[in-house]
Design a protein around this ligand. Structure first.
Ligand code: NDP
Length: 295
């Protein structure tokens, strides 16, 4: 079935920082790489290294059995793929969509692709551009397992680890959205901590090594919290949320005394108070996930 599908060629649509990194890794792996971007002029470095710069998205997708698209979101991906000339040229070919978006949006695009006879996988990239082509890259994939297996040899040119999360097309975006939830709330906490520390006369660079120490205690806590949620334990032994809430209040008070917005911590404190109000004061922080998940 797949024997006529040339595995030595790939097309990349979208030449933002990530699309350029992906195309560069395909070139490094010796694949015949065709590239295209909505705004012309972003392919100079890639064509100098041997990529074929297509003049249209239609020409680009017709050059390879596999097209990887990586644009800002699924609306952008749809506006690239939807024109009849492009969708028609993709019929019977494979698109791997590495643009980030919501699980619901991923399912909609997949439904559209199915209607067009386009073979379709959705993916998410969990690491920044410098990791692409190195062992540190992390790619998540969802969609038909057989299709994934067929194209994995080409995808592996991107380096790192590739994980197929299941046939349900929204699963890569579901992992992505949950992991971004961790990332952005953590970064909001860190940005706030830097502002708070500066207000107390502690510079960002003075705080940074200790901030890394806080980062280092999180991996085992993530594991233990997941275990608590999985088995419904929520044990607060040694660290009940009644104690957590008082330390959170100190952060709020110190911030507001300096006129610094404490909205992020107030939101977190509010979640803990809600759990305490429902009689879970002796439990650990993992109880918050259970309270939030109640519908
Ligand atoms: P952007 O998210 O800024 O995406 C830029 C690309 O999207 C350009 O090719 C741009 O084309 C294209 N684009 C935007 N709107 C449209 C549109 N309406 N129609 C057609 N093309 C459009 O930069 P990145 O390359 O960094 O990111 C691409 C994807 O990769 C995003 O979904 C991002 O979340 C994800 N990602 C990025 C990471 C990173 O470190 N950069 C890390 C992990 C994931 P044009 O040049 O014409 O504007």
């Amino acid at each position: 079935m797949s024997t006529h599908h040339d595995q030595s060629a790939v097309t990349v649509l979208g030449l933002g920082p990530m699309g350029r990194a992906l195309a560069g890794a395909f070139l490094d792996a010796g694949l015949r790489t065709t590239v295209w971007n909505r705004t012309p002029g972003r392919d100079g470095e890639l064509t100098a290294r041997g990529a074929h710069g297509a003049r249209s998205a239609r020409e680009a997708v017709a050059a390879s059995w596999l097209t990887v698209i990586c644009v800002v979101d699924d609306d952008a991906a749809q506006s690239v793929l939807r024109p009849d000339a492009v969708a028609g040229a993709l019929k019977g070919r494979t698109v791997v969509n590495l643009s980030a978006d919501t699980p619901a949006r991923s399912r909609e695009v997949a439904d559209w692709a199915a209607g067009q006879g386009i073979r379709y996988l959705d993916g998410a990239i969990m690491t920044p551009t410098p990791t692409i082509g190195t062992p540190a890259a992390v790619f998540l994939h969802a969609g038909p397992e057989e299709l994934y297996r067929e194209h994995l040899p080409v995808l592996e040119a991107l380096g790192g680890t590739h994980t197929h999360l299941g046939e349900e097309i929204g699963r890569a975006a579901a992992y992505d959205i949950a992991l971004l939830d961790i990332f952005w709330t953590a970064m909001a906490g860190y940005a706030h901590a830097l502002a708070l520390a500066e207000a107390e006369g502690v510079t960002a660079l003075e705080l940074a090594p200790f901030a890394q120490g806080i980062g280092a205690i999180l991996p085992p806590l993530f594991e233990q919290t997941a275990q608590d949620v999985a088995d419904g334990g929520y044990s607060g032994e040694g660290n009940p949320i009644t104690s957590a809430v008082s330390s959170m209040a100190h952060v709020v008070h110190t911030s507001e005394a300096h006129g610094i917005d404490a909205g992020v911590m107030r939101a977190a404190e509010g979640l803990v108070r809600r759990a305490i109000g429902r009689g879970h004061g002796a439990d650990g922080f993992s109880r918050i996930a259970e309270v939030l998940g109640r519908r």
